[in-house]
Design a protein around this ligand. Structure first.
Ligand code: PRP
Ligand code: ZN
Ligand code: MG
Length: 225
């Protein structure tokens, strides 16, 4: 059964945000024993449970109120919101603060020999991406329409594999693009990690705990600046 008296925080299990997320919670004095295979970990010194899941699942868990707090990339969050809005939902959450890690950009990239002169070059091309809604929002400003090849991973190999003409994916160091013979042609969204809270009622004790953790996070981030 769900123990609703404990604050539930979702973070990425493994990936770009997981180490920094873990570090941030540890620096806030939350003592957690993260055993590798465990989905859920219990803080020893505070009524907090840590859920370790795929990054893409975190916005939905917060919006649906399954967890109280999520540490998530803005890119994944925004895409989930646009996706739900497209389904006719009205997704709600509170953004508590932006964090100081997980910086990356969502960019369109094309094979190196692609002669790019502007967004209109992309009209009617097929784009491999995990972020169709963010891409559509961006390209619609230029009245550019496109076909999608929806992939949750290995997006960068799609042009070489003949699945798509170009890609739209996250870029951090640029190494993945470089290794796959791709050039970045358009930055469409700049993202960082952020903390979000579910909408709806929160017990006074839970809210007090959130306030305490937020104050500590503020201190940790300020000390790093
Ligand atoms: C992103 C993206 C690339 C890589 C780019 O994946 O899909 O694979 O990072 O980084 P680079 O520019 O430093 O090479 P991410 O780590 O977000 O994993 P996920 O897509 O599996 O969630
Ligand atoms: Zn992911
Ligand atoms: Mg990836």
């Amino acid at each position: 059964m769900l123990d609703n008296s404990r604050l539930r925080i979702a973070m990425q299990k493994s990936g770009r945000l997981s180490d920094e997320s873990k570090k941030l919670l540890a620096q806030c004095g939350i003592k957690i024993n993260l055993q590798e295979q465990r989905l859920i970990a219990f803080a020893e010194n505070m009524p907090i449970d840590i859920l370790r899941v795929r990054d893409d699942d975190i916005p939905g868990l917060v919006i649906d109120g399954v967890v109280d707090i999520g540490i998530v990339g803005e890119n994944v969050l925004e895409e989930e919101v646009l996706d739900r809005q497209a389904e006719g939902e009205n997704p709600q959450y509170k953004k508590l603060r932006r964090l100081d890690f997980g910086g990356c950009r969502l960019s369109i990239a094309a094979p190196r020999d692609f002669n790019y002169t502007g967004p209109e070059c992309l009209n009617d091309l097929r784009v491999a991406t995990t972020y169709p809604h963010l891409l559509r929002r961006y390209l619609s400003q230029y009245n550019v329409s496109f076909k999608t090849c929806l992939l949750n991973g290995s997006v960068e190999v799609a042009p070489r594999a003949g699945l798509a003409d170009v890609i739209c994916d996250l870029v951090s160091s640029g190494a993945t693009l470089e290794a796959n013979g791709l050039q970045e042609i358009e930055v469409i969204y700049k993202s960082k990690a952020c903390l979000i809270q579910r909408e709806g009622e929160m017990s006074a004790t839970k809210q007090a705990l959130i306030d305490k953790v937020m104050t500590r996070i503020q201190g940790v981030i300020q000390a790093r600046e």
